[in-house]
Design a protein around this ligand. Structure first.
Ligand SMILES: Nc1ncnc2c1ncn2[C@@H]1O[C@H](COP(=O)(O)OP(=O)(O)O)[C@@H](O)[C@H]1O
Ligand SMILES: [Mg+2]
Length: 339
């Protein structure tokens, strides 16, 4: 379990400018084995939170607990060994170009003082795990971006950390490579049981691999929850943004439109025809999609009701179906996040 407790980070202002409050009291509980996403627009404090989590930066105040140990109090040798409990994967890979794949992965083990044989054995098995067998002797410049990031992931895992932190780890990769690297992260999470914290401004990353997420806004947690709960919640701006349904302004007033979300088996069920009968409503479908979110199917439709529709009857129908949620109107927009 990672517990972030009222974390504050204030940077001194440069050139006479005022202080910058990068984190203004962030609290999070991340259970073991989760893939936890942190999203937010540029400047919201994502990288600062990550640098506090991997102990590169000292918080101004607040605590970070890993397995009950308060990491923010450590210094010297304790701090160095605490850092090994957390592996980091960087956006720009940060590989040493003068070292082969194998020796890049061995680096953290050299620093930890492991003998050559043990380093080799562990690095070799990580090369298999990340799908780079045969590339042991290659140099980073001979690899594609996706392959370089696989080396980055293997290196981050070398010291057998409890937590894998990914800082915009796929932002430099094309969409197909991004999906492959994300799938590798999910596989590592499953097979090694390592807790993963993914920092990103991309909502597609949340949909593909995360179990829970938090949204940062100006140094604070604006909302947090399980991915499927956020998507089902009519009040979640993040949930709406993760699975947008197209809106056509030419259709006029939004007062008669609603977004209905169906989670799990209900996504494939005949809820729409039942709603039409049950609420005696005439309905046009003006947008919609069915997506796999993690291992759950989610259907979302934007519906337009005729003026005669009794909204209360539509709501009563939705209330009787626990896997359906409804939100009237156009919903909220989130700035600064991308698909
Ligand atoms: N080393 C630093 N010194 C001063 N201000 C910083 C420093 N790092 C980040 N900031 C400021 O803190 C805020 C949050 O930045 P950051 O954590 O990088 O956000 P994000 O990763 O979400 O873009 C921004 O206003 C940024 O300018
Ligand atoms: Mg950043």
């Amino acid at each position: 379990m990672i517990v972030v407790d009222n974390l504050v980070k204030t940077y001194p202002g440069a050139g006479g400018a005022g202080e910058v409050a990068a984190l203004r009291g962030v609290s999070l509980n991340i259970p073991d084995g989760e893939i936890f996403g942190v999203v937010g627009p540029s400047g919201s404090g994502k990288s600062t939170l990550l640098r506090c989590l991997n102990l590169l930066e000292k918080p101004t105040s607040g605590r970070i607990l890993l397995g009950g140990d308060d990491l923010s109090t450590f210094s010297g040798a304790d701090l160095r060994s605490a850092r090994r409990r957390i592996g980091t994967v960087f956006q720009q890979f940060n590989l040493l170009h003068s070292r082969t794949v194998l020796r890049n992965i061995e680096l953290p083990l050299e620093l930890a003082g492991l003998g050559k044989d043990e380093r080799r054995t562990r690095a070799s098995s990580l090369i298999d795990l990340v799908g780079l067998s045969g590339k042991e002797k290659s140099y980073p410049s001979q690899l594609s971006g996706g392959q370089q990031q696989r080396v980055g992931i293997a290196r981050a895992l070398a010291a057998e950390p409890e937590v894998l932190l990914c800082d915009e780890a796929t932002s430099a990769l094309d969409p197909d490579t991004t999906d492959q690297v994300l799938d590798l992260v999910a596989e590592v999470n499953r097979t090694l049981g390592v807790t993963v914290v993914v920092i990103t401004h991309e909502l597609g990353v949340l949909r593909r691999i995360c179990t829970s997420a938090a949204r940062l806004e100006a140094g604070r947690i604006a909302e947090t929850g399980r991915i499927t709960d956020l998507i089902a919640s009519p009040d979640s701006a993040l949930g709406a943004a993760m699975l947008p349904v197209g809106d056509d302004p030419s259709l006029g007033s939004t007062a008669d439109t609603a977004v209905v979300t169906a989670i799990g088996d209900a996504a494939h069920g005949p809820w729409l025809s039942q709603m039409i009968r049950d609420a005696d409503a005439d309905i046009a479908v003006v947008g919609g999609r069915v997506e796999q979110v993690g291992d759950v199917t989610v259907g979302r439709m934007r519906l337009r009701f005729t003026a005669e529709t009794d909204h209360a009857r539509v709501e009563q129908f939705v209330d009787r179906h626990p896997h359906l949620t409804l939100s009237w109107g156009a919903g909220t927009e989130l700035e600064g996040l991308t698909e």
